[in-house]
Design a protein around this ligand. Structure first.
Ligand code: HEM
Length: 88
């Protein structure tokens, strides 16, 4: 996992809280699923803005699971579809 650069601290963590509150402190970056239920309306909106920016700019590479959540199992066909889609 690439952890270099000023924003390397986000890598491999749930960065939602940090993004929502413009905070790079350790407390805002969780190693496990963060339910974010205490964020206020402005913070939630900030987070949605980041999400749309990243969705536009980057491909999904993975998903952080909450406790008890099962990982999605992708078939070879799905992977092939994803590769084909990227080529377009
Ligand atoms: C004085 C404070 C800050 C300055 C000067 C600054 C500056 C920048 C700059 C120049 C970039 C573009 C880097 C690039 O494209 O290579 C960037 C990206 C970014 N900044 Fe900051 N930043 C600051 C604070 C913060 C804080 C507090 C957060 C926490 C949420 C944050 C989150 C991000 C993220 C997530 C990106 C990457 C966006 C992307 O990949 O599209 N920044 N920042």
């Amino acid at each position: 996992m690439a952890q270099e650069g000023p924003y390397g601290i986000f890598a491999g963590r749930d960065a939602s809280r940090g993004l929502a509150t413009f905070c790079l402190d350790k407390e805002a970056l969780r190693d496990t699923y963060d339910d974010l239920s205490d964020l206020n309306a402005t913070q939630q909106e900030t987070l949605r803005d980041w999400e749309s920016q990243f969705t536009f700019k980057y491909h999904h590479v993975g998903k952080l699971l909450k406790e008890g959540e099962e990982p999605t199992v992708y078939s070879d066909e799905d992977e092939k579809d994803a590769r084909d889609a990227k080529k377009e």
